[in-house]
Design a protein around this ligand. Structure first.
Ligand code: GLC
Length: 642
């Protein structure tokens, strides 16, 4: 659309900021009308809307001007690759700087370990100033632009980013968009009685509105922070705190909040961040009578951010950390004409959860039943695939997916929770229930990859067969994340088979949150064992290393929406075909503790049936049999057939 007044405004701005880049002007011209209409839809009725819109446009130009020449060059290089983040070359790891290396300055000394593994994309868990004891692992931010003292400084972060860049590695950090710590400057000013800053948050004089809103708002941390509002004595008001009582929800009905937070997004972009992880985007818009999640305005705000980023700092991709139901997740990639213009990445939390489901039951039908939703992901956007992260595991897939597999949802979920929390007799998994809601009996799960796969138990039993089985399970889970489409994100410690760490129980700032059991402190003496042949660390690490090498070498694994699931033949074996230019890769996964067979008919899927295949994982060459012949898979074995 063309709007003469807007275009004139744009040219004046470009002139004032002395911007000479025709590409920038092109991107701005293409987006300005949509930026205006989104801003107008949400903030049009605000009395200062016109002035604030001008401020928004100005901030876009300023962000571009502030971007270093080096980053601008990197933008151009990424642009040439098309959607650079779809590549099979990317393999990530999420880590806490302090628990992994100590400080930001110490990170470069660990890069060879990561590079040797094949990781080239780092998600540094929140680094910004956050009050000790009320930090939520850094997700309660006191200052969005000051690095936590014990981790280093903003200069250290800049220096590390440029090291990563020179090593051809990518960086992701979080922007915690939904809330701030109650120690953030805005919260302090609000507490001191300044109305302008009270309007940055949601606060009420009495319980009338909070009571009504809580009727429809699910509780996120029902054990440690029940309800969604917290009484602040100093203010004598009820403040909205959806997460912990010390995390105050920002009020995005106030355009000033949006503009300030967009400024922080640009600040991170200009630090050289390749992917910004928008924390908890599902929650950023609240409305009485709703769950206050996934609302249309939340999507409009995300699209608005995306468009502004596309214009000013185009090389930075956006990951939306929306851990929502399968039917809701697709909207985070944008809908209608905004498809692929919202978040570039979303966590494939459903796939992660159904993998855990299959591992507990040995039955892959729920996983298969979830795929029709997941396959709706548009071409041009991608998943972040994972087995574990710093958070809990929610069994967020739909009841009908469970019912279609012949199970009763309530009983089935109870079984999975008991299996992983160790309450089920005979289960080798050692995890714990997280956020148990006494009213609904809902619960999620904590535990490290290794402990949930039975390694902790096997070590206690000193049983080498059980140890081997748990390693097989770990690698099975990881192999799926590497092959299913999207960018795999490992969680630090998992590459060396770290089991649960219970030391958090002695720290009052952490003991109320059992997610800390799976956030280990790396012991580098122990990690040296990754090079000691036959050690557990070595067996896990080298298997992952091999998987990553395979992944990065095969263009067929880039996410070009090139996946087709194989119809069910055996309830324990999941399979899909990745395809590209007439070639195919058939991936099969046995989630059962017993050997399983599958008819060679699977080779009819998607294209020619070859006379023989090579299993790229085991190295075997296998003649392809007739339909009545069977291919065997051992317990927890997977095959990558080429
Ligand atoms: C996200 C983070 C989680 C945090 C929450 C509140 O879900 O991943 O760790 O507790 O947001 O910020």
């Amino acid at each position: 659309m063309y709007n003469a007044t807007l275009q004139q405004k744009l040219h004046e701005l470009v002139k004032t900021h002395n911007i000479k880049d025709a590409k920038f002007v092109e991107r701005f011209t293409a987006n300005i009308d949509d930026i205006r209409s989104h801003f107008q839809t949400i903030y049009g009725i605000h009395p200062q809307s016109a002035i604030l819109f001008d401020q928004l446009l100005d901030s876009i130009c300023q962000a571009y001007v502030d971007r270093s020449d080096e980053l601008k060059k990197r933008d151009v290089a990424k642009d040439k690759k098309g959607q650079w983040f779809l590549s099979q070359d990317l393999v990530g790891m999420s880590l806490y700087v302090d628990r992994f290396a100590g400080t930001i300055k110490q990170m470069p000394s660990k890069l060879s370990y990561l590079k040797q593994l094949g990781v080239n994309f780092l998600h540094l868990m929140p680094l910004f100033k956050s009050p000790e004891g009320e930090s939520d692992g850094g997700y309660a931010v006191e200052d969005f632009r000051v690095v936590e003292d014990r981790l280093g400084s903003i200069e250290d972060l800049r220096a590390f980013q440029s090291t990563l860049q020179s090593e051809d590695m990518y960086l992701m950090i979080d922007i915690v968009l939904n809330h701030t710590s109650h120690h953030h400057e805005w919260a302090k000013l609000a507490k001191s009685g300044i109305k302008e800053y009270q309007d940055y948050f949601y606060m009420y004089d009495d319980r009338r509105i909070p009571d009504q809103m809580e009727e429809t708002m699910p509780e996120i941390f029902p054990e440690s922070s029940p309800g969604s509002f917290t009484y602040d004595e100093k203010l004598d008001k009820w403040v909205m705190t959806v997460f912990h009582h010390y995390q105050w929800d920002l009020n995005y009905t106030n355009p000033k909040v949006f503009i300030e937070m967009l400024g922080n997004v640009f600040f991170y972009a200009n630090l050289g961040v390749d992917v910004v992880r928008i924390d908890a985007p599902a929650f950023i818009w609240k409305q009485m009578g709703t769950s206050c999640q996934n609302l249309p305005e939340a999507h409009q705000l995300l699209q608005l951010i995306k468009m502004c980023v596309e214009v000013a700092t185009p090389g930075m991709a956006i990951l939306g950390e929306a851990i929502v139901a399968p039917a809701q997740i697709m909207a985070y990639f944008g809908t209608g004409r905004y498809e692929t213009h919202e978040c570039d990445f979303a966590y494939n939390a459903t796939q992660m959860a159904v993998q855990w489901d299959a591992l507990a039951t040995g039955d892959v039908r729920i996983m298969q039943n979830a795929q029709h939703e997941l396959l709706r992901k548009p071409l041009g956007a991608t998943w972040l695939t994972y087995t574990r992260c710093h958070d809990d595991i929610g069994l967020g897939y739909d009841d009908y997916m469970i019912e279609q597999a012949g199970f009763t949802p309530y009983d089935h979920r109870s079984y999975i929770k008991n299996y992983y929390s160790g309450a089920h007799p005979g289960s080798p998994a050692k995890g714990a229930l997280f956020a148990v809601n006494p009213k609904t009996q809902d619960a999620r799960l904590s535990g490290s990859l290794a402990s949930l796969c039975g390694l902790e138990h096997a070590l206690e039993m000193k049983d080498s067969n059980l140890i081997q089985t748990s390693i097989d399970k770990i690698i099975l889970m990881q192999s799926m994340s590497m092959l299913v489409g999207g960018v795999p994100m490992l969680f630090y410690g998992d590459e060396a088979g770290y089991t649960n760490d219970y030391s958090y129980l002695a720290d009052p700032g952490k003991s109320y949150d059992n997610r800390w059991m799976h956030r280990p402190i790396i012991n580098w003496e122990r990690n040296k064992l990754v090079d000691k042949q036959g050690s557990i660390e070595n067996r896990v690490y080298t298997a992952l290393q091999k998987l990553i090498k395979l992944r990065r070498s095969m263009a067929i694994l880039a996410d070009q929406k090139n996946i087709q699931w194989i119809p069910n033949q055996n309830n324990s074996v999941a399979g899909f075909v990745r395809f590209k230019d007439g070639e195919k890769l058939t991936c099969l996964f046995n989630f059962s503790a017993q050997p399983q067979s599958i008819s060679w008919f699977i080779m009819e899927e998607n294209g020619q049936r070859p006379s023989q295949v090579q299993d790229l994982w085991s190295g075997e060459t296998l003649p392809v049999g007739m339909d009545h012949d069977h291919l065997m898979l051992g317990a927890y074995q997977f095959r990558i057939l080429n």
